[in-house]
Design a protein around this ligand. Structure first.
Ligand SMILES: C[S@@+](CC[C@H](N)C(=O)[O-])C[C@H]1O[C@@H](n2cnc3c(N)ncnc32)[C@H](O)[C@@H]1O
Length: 240
């Protein structure tokens, strides 16, 4: 449990930095990052923070940085403990009166880990969320393909859900975006093949980043893809 100790505590900003291209950082995010007293970000399994590398051109030399390591394991308790520890450290900083800008890849509240920090701190401190361009909209833009037309319902499906659920969600034939594909790629591809939708799918890895790669799904032979991969599934009623 975290507590606010003074009336003049700092504010926490959860700032979306977009999908990768530094020009897709909003003006507001760029301003907050370059004026930040303290920057914070999560690092999955101690690796490089993608959010920080996107924000890099806007970070002033000498800015204090707080990095929180989050072990990405199947057992959620490990991540939960890291979020608790991060919330305590952030509360300490906020209680000293410093504003903190927390960097988040894409949008902070679209499957972003910032939501776990928000849950822990919002009752004690002022938290301001600055939206960012999501991977989903960046992928559609890179493909020049609409996400949804007219009355279509677009589904967002994490590749981590089980095969039956994926099949159930995809069988209606509407447009869909599959995120968190990575090591679940083969499972997702099998489901889409079974539904006869394999040729409606395009995979974008590292959208808007230097390593961006775009491939039709049926041409991909690997079983696993990079974590930063998204599949856009075209709706059947394409010409409506
Ligand atoms: C935990 S979610 C975070 C989403 C992020 N908050 C957003 O707004 O896009 C991570 C997933 O988003 C997708 N993703 C994020 N950035 C991406 C990028 N630059 N290119 C392709 N997919 C991306 C991948 O499917 C990845 O597994």
């Amino acid at each position: 449990m975290v507590h606010r100790q003074t009336m003049s505590s700092g504010k926490l900003y959860g700032v979306g930095v977009g999908p990768g291209d530094p020009e897709l950082v909003t003006l507001k995010a760029a301003r907050l990052i370059s004026n930040a007293e303290v920057l914070a970000y999560l690092s999955a399994n101690g690796g490089e923070s993608i959010a920080r590398s996107i924000a890099e051109p806007h970070i002033r030399a000498g800015t204090q940085e707080l990095v929180f390591d989050v072990p990405m394991r199947l057992e959620v308790e490990f991540a939960e403990r890291s979020y608790d520890a991060a919330a305590i450290a952030l509360a300490e900083c906020l209680n000293k009166g410093a504003d903190v800008v927390m960097l988040c890849e894409g949008d902070p509240l679209f499957y972003g880990s910032f939501m776990y920090i928000l849950d822990r701190l919002k009752s004690a401190f002022e938290v301001i969320v600055v939206p960012g361009i999501t991977s989903m909209t960046a992928v559609a833009a890179e493909l020049g393909q609409p996400l949804a037309r007219r009355n279509e319902i677009v589904k967002v499906l994490p590749g981590t859900v089980d095969e039956e659920r994926l099949e159930d969600e995809l069988k209606e034939g509407g447009p869909a975006v599959v995120i968190k594909v990575g090591r679940h790629f083969n499972k997702v591809k099998t489901v889409l093949q079974r539904l006869g939708r394999e040729r409606d799918c395009t995979v974008v890895e590292w959208a808007t980043q230097i390593d961006q790669r775009i491939r039709p799904m049926h041409l991909i032979e690997e079983l696993n893809l990079p974590y930063f991969s998204t599949i856009l599934v075209r709706g059947k009623a394409e010409s409506a």
